[in-house]
Design a protein around this ligand. Structure first.
Ligand SMILES: NC(=O)c1ccc[n+]([C@@H]2O[C@H](COP(=O)([O-])OP(=O)(O)OC[C@H]3O[C@@H](n4cnc5c(N)ncnc54)[C@H](O)[C@@H]3O)[C@@H](O)[C@H]2O)c1
Ligand SMILES: O=P(O)(O)OC[C@@H](O)[C@@H](O)[C@H](O)[C@H](O)CO
Length: 378
């Protein structure tokens, strides 16, 4: 069984690659990072280490790599033979990899009618659907009809904290023990793959929103508030009383929105929140606030982890959230000269002011009460 996985980064190697290996796949990683691809081809294996008191190491074998910049034809050939395609490249890169995937699928469908599923493992609602849209823009209407018959794009939610790696061994990945990979079953074409650790569900929406609006909504608190307090890591920030107050408040607000929307059990949801706060305090992980805060424009987007739970909270309670508003303010004020989006955000604020910038990025109506609440705080 062959899996072609786009993005040999933290989650690609540390989570998707590990589970695919355990499910007996050979994984061909596709990446633009020449060093990582060369290393994968040279070593043909890498270690995944659990960041916990009782650490365990999994050696992931049956791997190879293709540099999509220098060897696009090899990627097209691999897509022709693949039993599964997965991605973990970041939401903004989906449009870029779509071109090569489209070429691979166009070529494959001429000689091979076997069903193939493409699962985007990105932190967003509807990642695989978005990838499909980008791919379909590259092909003719006739090809789209043919693709509809055999290519599935099941959406997914993936959860495992994998920080940036600073190991001597460039392939080694240190990961937290916790993981969750939930995939929507009805969207599959052909057989549903047997992968230990994957949960198949009929409707992904409650799962992806619960994950994104709890794990990722929580995560931006130590990232953005932590950065404003000059902490470098999530763990350090999580020990600050102000961060603790805001994370609890923000997760109560997003929790209220989720519980009322999806009828989650209140006690179970509180346990889920407590587990996540515990994960952020894992002393065996050093996760930079700049990794978790990366891409503040994406994170302030209308369907992402800050704006969507805040507006959902208003819809279900009729009140403006207190803590999520503080998170929006901290996100707007996030500065990092190494982060292209953070730089662009500050430029937008300098040129247009907070109000116009927030409206543009969040796509909220100009008279939405959330905008007024944020303006009161900044
Ligand atoms: N790290 C985590 O804790 C975590 C957890 C869950 C989900 N995710 C999601 O997984 C995705 C990847 O995150 P990550 O932390 O692994 O990031 P990462 O930066 O470690 O990995 C991304 C990889 O994609 C590669 N890439 C960039 N452009 C490419 C292209 N055009 N073609 C092929 N590869 C390309 C990069 O070189 C890099 O190796 C994101 O959507 C993220 O939200 C991450
Ligand atoms: O990957 P991002 O930039 O969407 O979000 C940063 C982190 O919150 C994220 O990578 C988490 O570590 C991950 O979502 C945990 O499952």
């Amino acid at each position: 069984m062959l899996a072609v996985h786009f993005g040999a980064g933290n989650i690609g190697r540390g989570f998707i690659g590990a589970l695919l290996y355990q499910a007996n796949y050979h994984t061909t990683f596709v990446d633009v990072n020449e060093g990582i691809i060369n290393e994968i081809n040279e070593k043909q294996q890498y270690n995944v280490v659990l960041a916990a008191e009782e650490s365990e190491t999994l050696t992931v074998k049956n791997v190879s790599g293709i540099n999509s910049i220098t060897d696009p034809d090899k990627v097209i050939e691999a897509i022709g033979k693949a039993d599964l395609i997965t991605t973990a490249v970041g939401p903004n890169i989906l449009a870029i990899i779509a071109k090569l995937i489209a070429e691979g699928l166009q070529k494959r469908i001429k000689t091979n009618n076997k069903a193939l599923n493409i699962i985007a493992c990105e932190n967003m609602v509807g990642g695989s659907s978005l990838l499909k849209e980008h791919i379909y823009k590259q092909v003719t209407a006739d090809e789209q009809q043919q693709f509809d018959e055999v290519f599935g794009f099941p959406n997914a939610a993936v959860d495992r904290i994998v920080p940036n790696q600073v190991n001597e061994d460039p392939l080694l990945v240190s990961v937290e023990p916790y993981f969750e990979w939930v995939v929507e079953k009805p969207a599959f074409k052909g057989e549903v793959p047997v992968i230990d650790g994957v949960t198949y569900v009929e409707d992904l929406t409650p799962y992806i929103e619960r994950k994104l609006f709890t794990v990722n909504t929580g995560h931006v608190v130590p990232a953005y508030i932590g950065r404003s307090l000059e902490y470098a890591t999530i763990n350090e920030a999580m020990h600050d009383e102000k961060v603790q107050e805001i994370i609890k408040g923000a997760l109560n607000e997003s929790g209220e929105a989720l519980i009322q929307t999806y009828h989650f059990d209140r006690t179970e949801h509180q346990n889920y929140i407590d587990t996540i706060i515990g994960r952020f305090m894992n002393p065996y992980i050093s996760d930079e606030v700049t990794r978790v805060g990366r891409g503040p424009i994406r994170k302030l987007g209308p369907r992402d982890r800050i704006i969507r739970p805040a507006s959902l909270y208003m819809d279900v309670t009729g009140n403006v959230p207190t803590y999520l508003v503080q998170v929006i303010v901290a996100a707007l004020q996030y500065k990092n000269a190494q982060d292209e989006e953070a730089v662009k955000l500050q430029q937008m604020i300098a040129e247009q002011g907070y109000e116009k910038t927030l409206q543009t990025i969040s796509e909220l109506d100009a008279n939405h009460p959330l905008i007024a609440a944020v303006m009161k705080e900044v």
